[in-house]
Design a binder for this molecule. Structure first.
Ligand SMILES: Nc1nc2c(ncn2[C@@H]2O[C@H](COP(=O)(O)OP(=O)(O)OP(=O)(O)O)[C@@H](O)[C@H]2O)c(=O)[nH]1
Ligand SMILES: [Mg+2]
Length: 236
């Protein structure tokens, strides 16, 4: 769990983790200004605290590095703001465990309506547009590239040059592009959408920066495919 100011929702999220399949829970606290790390430690979660805020991508770099160090075979990222229910972890992890897929996304676009779940209209429209553009540029077919609910095989985390990625929200999008670039198989499962008062949400300005980054990543991928550009994020 990459966490930042998640004190109000951490416990609710943690309580839905299916421990019959989850061996270890790791939380990286990105220098929160609230009691996130205190609560996490009290609940017995393996907690790492950044001394300064590194951003969402910087946080995930620590998450994945540490999870590998702990010997994880499958890593599921769940946001601690309770927007994605951990109850889907068995479904997602088993698709990797049985060897059919290397990464699994919890998609808010497949199935139940994201708008009904409270996704702001502008985010929905942007999600659909950016997804269409990225599918065309990457020559792939996903229902969305913007969910924060993802499971990965150990091999993916070992192989991708994640340290070259952004320390901001764009990290997520670059990572999906890398997974496709390196030829790994991605599956999707339907995941309910939940937007509510205490959930953390990226604001309009940061969303625009993220959206522009998605366009850039998609174009970088296409140019690299054509041999016209060489980006560090797609290097071995
Ligand atoms: N904003 C922010 N979130 C962080 C950071 N580090 C970790 N996080 C966590 O990352 C998660 C995702 O951030 P959100 O602001 O909810 O963004 P999002 O889920 O991509 O966007 P929404 O769909 O609008 O909720 C949250 O659960 C935060 O606790 C950070 O430096 N900044
Ligand atoms: Mg959120």
């Amino acid at each position: 769990m990459p966490a930042y100011n998640a004190e109000k929702t951490l416990e609710k999220t943690y309580n839905e983790i299916p421990f019959e399949i989850v061996d270890d829970v790791l939380l990286v606290d990105d220098a929160s200004r609230d009691r996130t790390s205190e609560i996490a430690k009290r609940m017995g979660i393996h907690t790492i605290v950044h001394t300064e805020n590194m951003g969402y991508g910087g946080n995930q770099k620590t998450c994945h590095r540490t999870a590998l160090g702990l010997g994880a075979d499958i890593v599921t990222m769940v946001h601690p703001d309770y927007q994605y229910t951990p109850k889907l972890i068995p479904a997602m992890a088993s698709m990797i465990a049985y060897g059919e897929f290397d990464a699994v996304l919890g998609s808010r676009i497949l199935g139940i309506s994201a708008l009904q779940g409270g996704m702001p209209l502008y985010k929905y429209v942007a999600n659909r547009f950016l997804t269409l553009f990225e599918n065309l540029m990457l020559g792939h077919k996903l229902s969305e590239y913007h969910t924060g609910y993802r499971a990965f095989s150990r091999e993916i985390l070992e192989r991708l040059p994640l340290e070259s990625n952004s320390n901001d929200f764009l990290f997520d999008n670059q990572m999906l592009a890398q997974i496709i670039w390196f030829g790994y198989r991605i599956a999707e499962v339907s995941c309910p959408t939940k937007y509510f008062t205490d959930a953390s949400s990226i604001n309009f300005r940061r969303s625009v920066i993220y959206g522009l980054g998605v366009l850039k990543t998609s174009v970088q991928f296409r140019l690299q495919k054509w041999g016209l550009c060489s980006s560090a994020i797609f290097m071995e």
